[in-house]
Design a protein around this ligand. Sequence first.
Ligand SMILES: Cc1ncc(COP(=O)(O)O)c(C=O)c1O
Length: 301
Amino acid sequence: MTAAEESASHREDRSSRDALRRALVDGRAVALDDAVLHITDDGVARGDGAFETIGVWGGRPFRLDDHLDRLAVSSERILLPPPDLGLLRMEALQLLSDVTVDAALRVYVTGSGARVLTVDHQPAGRHAAHLVPQTAPWVRPVAEYAPAGAKTMSYLPNMVASRAARAAGGDDALLVSLEGHILEGPTFAVCWAAGGVVHAPSTELGIVDSISRRTALEAARDQGLEVVEGAWGLDGLDDAEEVVVSSAVRDVISVRRVADRVFDGPTPVRDALAAAVTARRRSTARISRRRGGRGRPSGRA
Ligand SMILES: Cc1ncc(COP(=O)(O)O)c(C=O)c1O
């Protein structure tokens, strides 16, 4: 390839990458880089709002309705008016109408009533192979604090925990409650396998009701694995053979170290769950495409 051809092909790559990046701001279509909220919007000024990040696989949003339902639950928990889920659903499908690749769809509703949907590439992010425990006093049990588990636009404590974990030499944080219970990551769910049983922190602890975690636990049960949800301290990892993390826009990934505990053995549970979650995400894309429409995504398992 000549230098001129190479630079033309780079330009083409960049423009096809940029073409995906778009948004709807209160229904108005704009390029992602032009999607702005005013400083006076409470979403910006106060972090007052709720949001969702939805995995898009082969152009199809996976479990879109579950994500929208969770947005409604988040809004209710932070005492915002119920979002118009029908409108958001329609706008999500409109935004993705010509998308055929993997992407991340985000939906925001702010305390001022702004409505923003964005599509971007999935985050490349650092692999969370080494987690450093960080106390998360803001995550409280559901019974104690009504907004517990809401996915709000105030992610500052989570971001600080990630930075503190990186400053301590890890890749990311493992959030631990004031009572010492293992919770979740700042942007991902955490589970582990001990004695072949899959252990998942209970959503009653006030963590986000992760949809990738739901999919992974459903897949585990389908494969005949025992799943237990509950509350464990870090010593619950003493017997663990594997620790995994997941989110809507990442694979089920193995964690190799939590504090001083090292997990360097084979990862059969991670491998089985990752394969099952990927198959569900990909089969949604195929089924929807065969049906030839942009209709109701079938990924709601
Ligand atoms: C705090 C937190 N926990 C868990 C998750 C994983 O949730 P999901 O699997 O629905 O992406 C996220 C995702 O962003 C999160 O922010």
